[in-house]
Write a protein that binds this ligand. Structure first.
Ligand SMILES: O=C([O-])CC(=O)C(=O)O
Ligand SMILES: [Mg+2]
Length: 556
């Protein structure tokens, strides 16, 4: 894979001859299974190892889908898909690309959440790197054990806040693996460029610690200086071993996520998906929703349920967006309100976490969401709490009495943690809600209309950010880039999408959508002088040259 042609087929390690026979069939990046041609079988020592008939890739896709659909449970489908991932990567991506709508909920939220909860019980292969405190001082050596030398995208978690499910320890590995599979499926990042990492610092989940099959270190989580030193060693080791890699922090707990982002965002090319990616996708949904409400951003009042990474991350990006429309910072913050587990985030609350303080207003304390809605009269209610069913009928009916088109986003994942279902939101608001959710909901029929809830998931953002950073050789990823990404995503929402009440483009268009977001972000990378490459004349075309298409190489 050269810089000039970054998506050419992987043919093994440079200078190492192509494996033959069973070694070839066992290599997921090289294997073509029953699609090896007669000539390839002859010259690569495969005769007799495969049944006589040569399948086309389309035949293989049909065979896989038959097998996936034979499973009655979502987890069964996930296991079938990951078995394919383990044996034939090109076919995995071809199947996912051809059946994105059906398979995204299988390889990503909500099923990936279930898979993480069962990870140590359904374990078959590592699929990524497991680094831990025991390996302190040896992290670079471990990174060199990875199968591919040219890594460009690292997704790393420590498993402490997996979706809205909490501390799953090393079982959280399903998330980096799943996110990176979407980098390839949705933005065409070559699979060999992708490295999933879990940093095992123990777990505080007693159930896991008691489970004889749990695969992580059986100890309470490491905190403080020892933790920070391990992360520092990891970040430096990535710079040393994979100098061109972007690091995506994923599903860290609040107590580490904000600090790590602050520490590293101006030092290396990295971002936090839960703080910045989710913020960008939420803001895009709001921009699109304004086309339905016919109002401006500065006229909105936002009430968030949840003041963690997604909540205050979105709040911060909204403040930047409002300031870009002429508001002062003070005025912009005044438009953003938060309710957390202890009630409204107000100035006179004691022991307010540092990331919440900029959003604490001078206002009487209230502990109840409904009362907060009544007194603040928000135009938008945004769920980022991880609390399933936290938006009850009364809350949403109140939003509907205050607004002609109330914006109601239930962004927590997986589905079980969603603040409400699409059906509940439409029912409580007479179908007037502009609804979006983090995990997918099926279209809802209401009064002879079909309402299509958009999926406000950071999958619309992170693959495009990674693609732009990789293609430009970005030195840093800035908050401004997430604002540009939000605008670019909102611009992809058509009037037809809005007519169905959807504030996101359909996922089936994700590759084009990712490319156009990547262009907007890349443009900014060049403008700000953060690129390590020269701006090409045709940026869109250049971005497409970085996008891998799942197909087989000819070996002979
Ligand atoms: O993974 C997802 O579906 C979105 C996300 O980052 C999270 O919920 O933590
Ligand atoms: Mg996440």
């Amino acid at each position: 894979m050269t810089e000039e042609n970054p998506t050419s087929p992987y043919l093994g390690r440079p200078g190492v001859p192509l494996p033959t026979g069973n070694d070839l069939l066992q290599n997921p990046m090289l294997n073509k299974g029953t699609a090896f041609s007669c000539a390839e079988r002859e010259s690569l020592g495969l005769i007799g190892l495969l049944p006589a008939h040569v399948s086309t890739m389309d035949d293989q896709v049909s065979r896989v889908m038959e097998g996936v659909r034979r499973n009655n449970t979502a987890l069964g489908k996930y296991i079938a898909m990951m078995a394919l991932f383990d044996r034939n990567r090109a076919l995995f991506y071809r199947v996912v690309t051809d059946h994105l709508q059906e398979l995204m909920p299988v390889i990503y939220t909500p099923t990936v959440g279930q898979a993480c909860k069962q990870f140590s019980h359904i374990y078959r292969k590592g699929r990524g790197l497991y680094l831990s405190a025991v390996h302190k001082g040896r992290i670079a050596e471990l990174l060199r054990n990875w199968s591919y030398e040219d890594v460009r995208m690292v997704v790393v978690t420590d498993g402490e806040r997996i979706l809205g499910l909490g501390d799953l320890g090393v079982d959280g590995m399903g998330i980096p693996v799943g996110k990176l599979s979407l980098y390839t499926a949705c933005a065409g990042i070559h699979p060999t460029y992708c490295l999933p990492v879990t940093i095992d610092v123990g777990t505080n989940n007693d159930e896991l610690l008691r489970d004889p099959l749990y695969l992580g270190m059986r100890q309470p989580r490491i905190r403080g200086a020892e933790y920070d030193e391990l992360i520092e060693e990891f970040v430096l080791a990535v710079q040393e071993v994979f100098p061109r890699a972007v690091i995506q922090f994923e599903d860290f707990a609040n107590c580490n996520a904000f600090r790590l982002l602050k520490t590293y965002q101006n030092r290396v090319c990295c971002f936090n998906d839960d703080i910045q990616g989710t913020a960008s996708v939420a803001l895009a949904g709001i921009y699109a929703a304004l086309r339905l409400t016919g109002s401006t951003l500065t006229e909105q009042t936002f009430l968030f349920l949840g003041a963690g990474e997604a909540g205050t991350g979105t709040g911060s990006l909204l403040v930047a967006a409002l300031m870009a429309e002429g508001l002062s910072e003070e005025q912009a913050r005044q438009r953003c309100w938060f309710v957390d587990s202890k009630g409204l985030v107000v100035k006179n609350r004691k022991e307010l976490a540092i990331h919440k303080r900029p959003f604490a207003h001078d206002y009487p304390q209230q502990t109840d969401l409904l009362r907060a809605v009544r007194s603040l009269k928000p135009t938008a209610l945004i769920g980022v709490s991880g609390q399933g069913q936290a938006f009850n009928h009364a809350v949403m009916a109140e939003m509907a009495s205050l607004n002609k088109r109330p914006i109601i986003f239930a962004l927590s994942n997986p589905t079980s943690n969603s603040e409400c279902t699409a059906e509940q939101a439409y029912a409580a608001t007479g179908g007037r809600a502009i609804f979006a959710s983090g995990s997918p909901f099926a279209p809802v029929a209401l009064d002879k209309r079909i309402l299509v809830p958009g999926q406000g998931n950071n999958v619309y953002i992170f693959p495009a950010i990674g693609l732009a950073a990789m293609a430009t050789g970005a030195e840093r990823i800035t908050d401004e880039m997430f604002l540009a990404a939000a605008r670019a995503l909102a611009a992809q929402v058509t009037d037809a999408d809005l007519a169905q009440s959807s504030v996101y483009p359909p996922l089936t268009k994700i590759r084009e959508v990712s490319a156009s977001i990547a262009v907007a972000v890349a443009e900014l990378v060049y403008e700000r002088g953060l690129a390590r490459t020269k701006r090409p004349a045709d940026l869109l075309n250049y971005i497409y040259t970085w996008m891998y298409q799942p197909a087989y190489p000819d070996y002979v």
